[in-house]
Design a protein around this ligand. Sequence first.
Ligand SMILES: Cc1ncc(COP(=O)(O)O)c(C=O)c1O
Length: 397
Amino acid sequence: MIDESHPLFGADLDTLAVRAGQSRTAEGEQGEPIFTTSSYVFESAAAAAARFSGEAPGNVYSRYTNPTVRNFEQRLAAMEGGEAAVATSSGMAAILATCLSLLQAGDHIVASRSIFGTTSVLFTKYLAKFGVEVDQVELTDYAAWRSAIKPNTRLLFAETPSNPLNEVADIPCLAELAHANDARLIIDNCFCTPALQRPLSLGADIVIHSATKFLDGQGRCLGGAVVGDRETMDEVLGFVRTCGPTMSPFNAWVFLKGLETLRLRMEAHSSNALALAQWLQQHESVETVHYCGLPEHQGHELACKQQRGFGGVLSFTVKGGREQAWQVLDATRVLSLTANLGDAKTTVVHPATTTHGRLSDEQKAQSGITENLIRVAVGLEAVADIQADLDRGLSRI
Ligand SMILES: Cc1ncc(COP(=O)(O)O)c(C=O)c1O
């Protein structure tokens, strides 16, 4: 968050996206430099002692702080409306750092069922080993959230819109529930990014990012971030500097430049996704389209209220089963068959056998991951070319 004395105080998201967090060196550079250094030189032994003890500000070692990484953290924090951010080596590292810095054995998390599969594995397999319990509930079943909360619940964790069905959760409602029970609400804001949704302004306490996705926007680097109030971020930073899942300065620079075009890209992703969703709805080989930009979608009204756009990810079911879905994927010649999302290049995937392949049949059924479901992370190509590539397989069903 930018304080009142700062020239960017009150600036629009577009201005923050290109200006926030930059501090020029004596060279007067216009672009942000990449500080590829692992450590920093002190002017004297006394200065070294003061920096190590925290009495004097300044860099010590790049596992702790790095100017390029700090640029990225400050810019993202400003865009999310948070007091501070902590960058990490991946989105999963951001979730791990948040949980390990805020939880202890005996604590409990309530998470939505429709979270990213690896996040579920982190909660149910790895955190469980250290005595942290998790219960997973339907994203939009608020009575289920309420009844899953226990006296030891510390965190509520959700992704909205969800992957791959685009369900939308009421962030203010979940925040109220968390706060009434002395817990904190974490929102993974990967699908919307601050260009389309600012969960902190809706009552969430912490925002998580896989910077790997839309923040980069061109599928180049792995990275993650946690955003929230300064006290909580100091806790998270303590974990990161001790345990080491630090973001590299080069990756921070890539994400920093990615943030500059984020809003323009998110608008283009969203308008391409809406056009594709409408075209798929009319297609005779398509059964259902899951996209919160469609008025028929269960989350549309809520998305209109709490998002500035509908995002670039949609999914749809084809008439038939796995064979027909694979046929559509295998027929593509332009789109990329890959599990990543948030790239300028459109990506397509079969969730039931890839991103959600580790779920049991029962979990898949509960999460709506059917064999005929295809996810599309709509890129920046001309939408007519995306449609033509999908039609190669769809028209043969
Ligand atoms: C919603 C969501 N959160 C977190 C992650 C994890 O991010 P990363 O792959 O950068 O570790 C992903 C990755 O696909 C994701 O889709």
